[in-house]
Design a protein around this ligand. Sequence first.
Ligand code: TTP
Ligand code: MG
Length: 357
Amino acid sequence: MRLVAHVDMDAFFAAIEERDRPELRGRPIAIGADPLEGRGRGVVATANYAARAYGLHSAQPISQAWRDAERARKQGRPPVVFLRPNMTKYATVSGEIMTLCRRYADLVEQASIDEAYLDLSPSGSFEAAEDLCRRLKQEVRDQERLTMSIGLGPNKLIAKIASGFRKPDGLTVVRPEEVEAFLAPLPIRTIPGIGPKTETILAQQGILRISDLAARTKDDLCASFGKRGADFYERARGRDDSPVSSEWTPKSISEQETFATDTRDATYLLDQLARMCGHVMERVRAEGFSQVGTVAVTVRFADFETSSRAHTLDAPTSDARLVQAEAIKLLLPFLDKRRNPKGKAIRLLGVRVERLA
Ligand code: TTP
Ligand code: MG
């Protein structure tokens, strides 16, 4: 029998700040770009649950978050505390959480900074696996003073959906015979891989819940969505045979910055790039990795046109200077005619490293 757990920390960055700064406890918090009293650019990385009640959320423009926060403040509700992220600290905590997870399973696949899949099949039963999940949650609470939510199911797909089912501090167990009833009422967006665009198309066909999706034939779905249709057909039934794999980490580490004003200043951009490469490599080490295989740079121009260039190194490296040199090579074409023939100013710069080992 396969037993897979998916763990996901609750309001991760915000929970760490709340833990470390007692004066913030219980207050609404948003971590992200500087709101600059509503004139700020960039986005919210995360908001704690108190701030989510005001409408704040991950990836929301910081200016909009500020307006939501102001509206709440004017209604006499507690004001939102806006904080800049401390990525090195979050990376260190992430590394510690992953170490705790590895005490409960031989096979752990880290899926993001605060998420992992654990293969608990060797425990032999749902009861034994559930007990391990409870102990892991307790250990995270004792050692880190943070809460995590866990989903336990017969595969990665069900585990992932279950971990998001009851948050924060949830533990949701879905046995094979419960899969169909568990999925049926959930909105189709709950299925990983169904984003806002696909959701709209499916909604136009009257498909709103997973039960609606499961009622369609495979041919029907393939006619509308091609190869992805066959995938949807399987997922609507809760089927997923992808393995929990620790050899390969799908994770990447990135940093990006929206500048206060759009810029063409090459010296400034190269300085910012160097600073971001330094931070990213610091986080690579803090999370317990030593080498990176791929470097990527993203540029967003003033008109919001966004492009990325990536390069996979001949051999993985732990040398931060080499990563920086690669990033510079990737950026330069955006500063001249090669990738920027109209000489547009740059709004945002990002660096990402992948193939972490
Ligand atoms: P999530 O697990 O998606 O969110 P969360 O842990 O803050 O909240 P939840 O309780 O719903 O799990 O992401 C983990 C961290 O990754 C989050 O704390 C901040 C960061 N993050 C971003 O920086 N940008 C994003 O768009 C998202 C979704 C997350
Ligand atoms: Mg989380």
